[in-house]
Each structure stands twice: as structure tokens, then as C-alpha cells.
Design a protein around this ligand. Structure first.
Ligand code: ATP
Length: 269
């Protein structure tokens, strides 16, 4: 294999337990996990597996995590690429990359393909300036034709993530393509606590720490923000030569993240 790596292929060691909160999304995807884990059982019954699922939600809410957890939980390989990688490519490169990806995935069926930021290639056609034959459109067409071309014994599920479902080309949403949608929201208080607990497993916490209180004080934080908060607190503890993370450090880490977000917003306009 001398070819440059054109997509990522890995075994996912994550399971559904690594995804905190998101109970509805996890329940919706459990059917896919069961199917991938034992396609024969469903085939005998004459059932066909859903081919495409759109994961819709704001950045950092765990869409990629969930896709990896589906593969890991089912014990199948995980292939991924990001729509944003195609934006600056030469015409034809995106389509051939998509072809290679699906070819490799079909050889390892059952498996999961994950396309992050599908809106980068899957925007409604004719909306741009490309005159209808630009790179993006060819890449999108290739994705559509690959999904139409699965044979019944190819158990490949394509999960795609977006935070802009409104701009997607309707062709992507037709039956047999991304005809299922799973909505992922920012975590509520209970989910924030659960996410904090997952990430706090990795660090040393002082006995005074009440993650429920941290959850109350982090309205609007995504899962990625919460993971960042825990890590920032551990870094602060290290810098101050403490032997555990306490409430005051978690509080400082929270303030730092809130200030950072406000500063980013201020620079944006
Ligand atoms: P983007 O749209 O920016 O790609 P995303 O929705 O795909 O974001 P992830 O990349 O899955 O988000 O999340 C980033 C990290 O945040 C994850 O690797 C994980 O560590 C943490 N995280 C996010 N949501 C959760 C969750 N529900 N449970 C546990 N960890 C989470």
C-alpha cells in the first residue's frame, strides 16, 4: 500500500457507555448497532438495514463520538472523512476519494462510514456559482451513487453529521439515502453532569467536588466544552502543584472557557 492515505480507517474502541446523555439518539441508533452486529439475523427475516442516518446538531455535541461508538459497540470497522476536506480540491479528486472509501468499506462489510460536515459537499445544488459541474457537486453525486449502489449483502451504514440541515440538497434525504434523522441538542443539566462524570474518570478529583453543581453552572456548554473544562482544571492543578482537582479549580476553568468564548465572539464581528 503505497498510496497516500485518503481517508481514515480505524477500529473504534469506544462503546455507547462513552457517550453520556443523548439517550434518545442512542436509543435511535441501537437498531443500527444490532443490525451491524448480526446482519444475518435480520437478513433471514427479510429486513433491510437503513443505509444512511443524518446526525443533526451543533458543534461539539458528540456526533463524531456517537458514530464511533456505534461502530465500537457493534464491533465493526469505522471509516471516516470530512466534507470540508473536499472544498479546495481539484475537480475529480473528491469523487475518486469517495469511490475509494466505499470500495474499501464494502470489502470490510459490515462496517460504518462516517462523513463529517456533509453540508460542505451536500449543499443544495444550483445554489452556488459553480454552474453545476464543480468539484463539490461531483463529490456529492458520487456519494449518492455509491449509496444507491449497495447490494443487499453489503452491510455498510453511512452516518453523516451536519449542523446545517437546512442547506442540504434534497437528493440526499430521499428514501434509501439519508432517510433517517437523529437530532442531537446541547446537553441539559442532567446530561451535562453525566458528561462531566465520563471525563472526570480520567483525572483525580478532590473529595469536595460536586459535579452536579458544576452542571448547574455550565448552561450552554457542549460536550466538547465540558471535556475541555475538566482538562483545563487538571492543567491548572498541575501548574499549581496540587494533588487533586477541587471545586475552586473547576470554577476557574469554567470562567476561563466562558471568557474565551466571549472573546471569540467579540473578535468575530
Ligand atoms: P463537530 O460538529 O464540531 O465535529 P461533534 O458533534 O462531532 O462536533 P465530537 O467531536 O463528537 O462533537 O465531540 C468532541 C468531544 O467532546 C468528544 O470527543 C468527547 O470527548 C466530548 N463529548 C461531546 N459530547 C459528549 C457526550 N455526549 N458524552 C461524552 N463526551 C462528549
Amino acid at each position: 500500500k503505497t498510496k497516500a492515505k485518503r481517508f481514515r480507517h480505524q477500529d473504534s474502541n469506544l462503546g455507547m457507555d462513552d457517550v453520556a446523555g443523548l439517550e434518545n439518539a442512542k436509543a435511535d441508533l441501537q437498531e443500527i448497532v444490532d443490525h451491524l452486529a448480526d446482519p444475518e439475523r435480520f437478513r433471514r427475516l427479510g429486513a433491510t438495514m437503513p443505509k444512511g442516518v443524518l446526525l443533526i446538531g451543533p458543534p461539539g455535541t458528540g456526533k463524531t463520538l456517537l458514530a464511533r461508538a456505534v461502530a465500537g459497540e457493534a464491533g465493526v470497522p469505522f471509516f471516516s472523512l470530512s466534507g470540508s476536506e473536499f472544498v479546495e480540491m481539484f475537480v475529480g479528486v473528491g469523487a475518486s476519494r469517495v469511490r475509494d472509501l466505499f470500495e474499501a468499506a464494502k470489502k470490510e462489510s459490515p462496517c460504518v462510514i462516517f462523513i463529517d460536515e456533509i453540508d460542505a459537499v451536500g449543499r443544495s445544488r444550483g445554489a452556488g456559482l459553480g454552474g453545476g459541474h464543480d468539484e463539490r457537486e461531483q463529490t456529492l453525486n458520487q456519494i449518492l451513487s455509491e449509496m444507491d449502489g449497495f447490494t443487499p449483502t453489503e452491510d455498510v451504514v453511512v452516518l453523516a453529521a451536519t449542523n446545517r440541515p437546512d442547506v442540504l440538497d434534497q437528493a440526499l434525504l430521499r428514501p434509501g439515502r439519508f432517510d433517517r434523522k437523529v437530532h442531537i441538542d446541547l446537553p441539559d443539566r442532567k446530561a451535562r453532569k453525566a458528561i462531566l462524570e465520563v471525563h472526570a474518570r480520567k483525572i483525580r478529583l478532590d473529595a469536595d467536588v460536586d459535579l452536579g453543581k458544576v452542571a448547574v453552572r455550565t448552561v450552554g456548554f457542549s460536550g466538547a466544552d465540558l471535556e475541555n473544562l475538566i482538562n483545563e482544571a487538571a492543567l491548572l492543578a498541575g501548574r499549581e502543584r496540587r494533588d487533586a482537582v477541587d471545586m475552586a479549580l473547576l470554577e476557574s476553568a469554567r470562567d476561563k472557557i466562558v471568557l474565551g468564548a466571549e472573546r471569540d465572539q467579540g473578535m468575530g464581528d
